[in-house]
Write a protein that binds this ligand. Structure first.
Ligand SMILES: [Zn+2]
Ligand SMILES: [Zn+2]
Length: 267
């Protein structure tokens, strides 16, 4: 059986009852190439950006474009990555007064950054407030050849769908070992790896990061463990490679009022 596009295809609560308490809801975005508008949720689509706010750019020293590690002159405009309206993702909690979430990043490699990838930037906005101000129309874009195409998502509309998923690396270690024989039995029965039938590996909001490497949950400056907010991952049919089919995970601390965020690059 092929993995369903909307998430894990089996109810593991019945098959491995010990997993039930670790189940989490996540909203898979199910992107489809298209022409989303500024007023729509999208991946790589235009953002509802206030006309009186400068479009963000990145001037980090040493950011560069592979394979020849060229350094662009001057600053590089950031690119839209995700925009989500609260009405489309009812399971995503928004801070008070906000109903739009926007993720942008600088599409270059950042060597100083521990994650060695793009440099994400997150905004929570109020749709009505932006519409009242007016929407920025003249959005700058990076020059051809001055960015890593792997990090510029193809414009896609999204069809957010809530699914249940289970942890992989984030399973408590003792439990992971205890469940190993039964997981292997299911892998043999279903003819696929655990991550394919238990985890949502797609672009998604909430749930567990689909770590390829051991988990590396960021802490905020006050030492709180952050929550996984969203994953932007490669999807082959969309021509998004994200550095060899890896993903970029965005985390947020909701215990701190300023909602600090962090990211991890996983390849
Ligand atoms: Zn940069
Ligand atoms: Zn915090």
């Amino acid at each position: 059986m092929e993995q369903s596009v909307t998430g894990p295809p089996y109810d593991l609560d019945d098959l491995i009852p010990e997993l039930a308490v670790h189940a989490r809801r996540t909203t898979v975005l199910s992107p489809t190439s298209g022409c989303p508008g500024v007023g729509e949720s999208s991946l790589g689509g235009p953002l509802l950006w206030p006309a009186d706010e400068p479009w963000p750019s990145c001037a980090q020293r040493g950011h560069h474009v592979p394979p020849h590690d060229r350094n662009p002159a001057g600053t590089v405009p950031m690119v839209p990555v995700v925009q989500l309206f609260a009405r489309d993702v009812p399971e995503l909690p928004f801070p008070e007064g906000a109903d739009v979430l926007q993720l942008l990043w600088c599409p270059l490699i950042h060597p100083d950054d521990q994650a060695y990838a793009t440099l994400p930037r997150l905004h929570w906005r109020n749709e009505a407030a932006v519409l009242a101000t007016g929407v920025l129309r003249d959005v700058p874009a990076p020059q051809q050849g001055e960015y890593d195409e792997e990090f510029v998502p193809t414009p896609c509309t999204v069809s957010p769908t809530a699914v249940i998923e289970y942890p992989n690396w984030d399973l408590p270690q003792g439990l992971q070992q205890a469940l190993r024989p039964r997981i292997e039995e299911l892998e043999a029965r279903f003819g696929m790896e655990y991550t394919l039938f238990a985890c949502a590996l797609q672009n998604k909001v909430g749930g567990y990061p689909a770590w390829n490497q051991p988990p590396d949950w960021p802490l905020c400056a006050r030492g709180h463990r952050m929550e996984h907010l969203l994953s932007v991952t490669a999807e082959e049919d969309l021509d998004m490679t994200m550095g060899d089919l890896g993903g970029i995970y965005i985390f947020v601390c909701r215990r701190c009022p300023e909602l600090p965020y962090a990211h991890r690059y996983d390849c």
